[in-house]
Design a protein around this ligand. Sequence first.
Ligand SMILES: [Zn+2]
Length: 476
Amino acid sequence: MKIYFFILLFFISLLSCSEQQSQSFNVISYEMKVSYDTLNKNLKVKSIMHIKQTEPKEKISFRFTSLARITDIQLSANDKNYPVSYKFNSYSIFIDIPAQFQEYKQLSLHIEYQIPIDMFSHNKIFSVSDVNMWCPFNYEDITTIKLDIETPLNYEAFSTGDLLFSTSDKNHSYYTWKNENINGYLLIISPKNSYSISKKMIDSKELEFYFVNHDTSITNNVMNEFCKSFHCFNTIICGYKDDKLRLYEIPDSGFYAMTSRKSIMVGSLMLAKKNRISYERSIKSIFKTFDKLKNKSIFPEIVNNSFNNDSADTNYIYTQNLSWISHEIAHLWGYYYYKFNTRLYKFVTEGLAEYIRWMYIESEYGKDSLNTYISDLKYLFSKNCINTIYDIPVSMAGPSDAIQYFKGPLIFHYVRKQIGKENFISFIRTLYNKYFRKAIDYDIFRMELSKYDKSGKVIKRMEEMTEMTGELPPDL
Ligand SMILES: [Zn+2]
């Protein structure tokens, strides 16, 4: 169960509720020139989005935040420039295309805007990610993103993807980052030396850890679980296809973690589990009562090393989340480039990633641990969720729904039992290898799974289970 992800999920759900993306164009590339203005407390962004129209359109819309203060929008095609008018609703921007531009196949949209630094800054470290929608491109079809960043000399910048270039002059540092996918886009600007960096080589891949936290008992535990689960997925599923994987700590930004290509971002509170009160509150918001549990320590060796035993129930929940970081790593194999509004989006992203984490628990801590864990989850679920407002279909899962981290993986457990472990792993491996860096939808997911379910019965039952309430998936 990933209590922490609810903050992230909340934002994602808001995104899902926003206007459906127009299908009349593709975003070919996106370039941003960003300067970090500490004096005026602004992140200034000049962006150019290159668009290929597939049909003439009077309006186009993007998911974007209304927090951005737009200073200018212009369209250009064939060397003609034109200022355009736009409207915002809470999470989208709607841009009118002037008549003379509507017929052009290729358009460039120039958007200049500013993001207030204060809203996203902790201990002078500024960070925004795709959940902040700091740039208007939650798009599946974008091919490249180029990010040029200018910071004052005593600051440094990190982003998702590859650092192509960095240099400095008297007053500023300059960085160029390139990224090839848009699922998760991060920018961190921090005073130099805010981060301590550790590197580990696992299975010939470079794992890098960017921590603000200096408590080595915390960071070592996280690195340890990170390396173990990374190695596990490499071994039981298939080799990780990128060269690097980084973990960034995002200072004080709450209980959340998220994964994008080559990088995993974790809020400090989640990393350190420092704030027990807000942590427990987030659990209690899901479980109305906090039941006493018989089995408190599935992973006693880690529990004893990590936490004080001053609250049995709390420790139980902690133990379930000891390998929380493996959920994020599982996303890398659990295929997370699903088209944004695809059917059963939460089920195929969060449910599958969480089930892959369960496979790590099984592999690392044994079959009995997984079975105990599942029976505890079922107990918790039956006791606290069924017949409450939290008992909604997985297919409807939204903000603060524990359901997608319970029932979602339970349904995948059913699928795996039906088609067999080898087939199930082969299915995940195919998704990872065949569709690497491509955005897919539920139809492709279903088609690949159907190769292991010739009669279609398992998929039919799986889909039925995503619609049900009031009970747990049977036949487990
Ligand atoms: Zn997740």
